[in-house]
Design a protein around this ligand. Sequence first.
Ligand SMILES: Nc1ncnc2c1ncn2[C@@H]1O[C@H](COP(=O)(O)OP(=O)(O)OP(=O)(O)O)[C@@H](O)[C@H]1O
Ligand SMILES: [Mg+2]
Length: 208
Amino acid sequence: MQIIATLSLKGGVGKTTIAMHLATVIAEDHPLVTVLDADEEVSALRWQQHALADGVRLPFQVIPADRNSFMRQAKDLARAGHVVVIDTPPNNREVLKSAATIADVVLVPVLPTGLDVDRLGTTLDLLRDLEAALDEFNYAVVLNRYDARKGMAKEANQALDNLPRLTTVIRALASYEKAFGHVPSDLVQFREIWNELTASTVPAEVVP
Ligand SMILES: Nc1ncnc2c1ncn2[C@@H]1O[C@H](COP(=O)(O)OP(=O)(O)OP(=O)(O)O)[C@@H](O)[C@H]1O
Ligand SMILES: [Mg+2]
């Protein structure tokens, strides 16, 4: 598991939040972790800049994706031993496809409303199209900002059950909202996600 991408055509679903929290968890086990910021809004880079301005170093580096060669950039980093987490922009099919093409696993966050689950369809269509062209392709939908007190959220959760999805559901927590510019500290759910991702990957050598 060397390249992970968070992506969705939809904006504001938690791509950057998940990328930064997951990178923090991965950095507990790996000395070299890079978040590759492929979003022109550079939220991940700004997160790092805000931390540095407070004299705080994140436990991983955030670097901007090279506009015209970011697949090669990610592969080079992986070859140099980095675990790479790619944060992507919304509404950008080209970046979405590039990130998905090179990722070992793609995480697609979705918010727990009927509208959001419905709009997931376009992103999934694109991913299924890529799946047809690639030998190996893993993607999983992850429900984000889940609040079990909301009936609607439970319905949205059930609606994902016939899709490839993570069993871990990311709850709506104020600590995630406050994490921007800091080292993410509320990591329990992201450790669960990382465990789920690493447990479900069958090493190539044991595949018959
Ligand atoms: N589980 C959560 N609980 C509470 N707040 C959350 C959660 N996930 C994300 N947020 C908040 O939702 C907002 C959008 O999250 P984020 O910026 O990570 O989404 P994004 O998909 O990267 O957005 P964009 O498409 O603009 O890049 C942010 O204010 C973030 O703090
Ligand atoms: Mg973002």
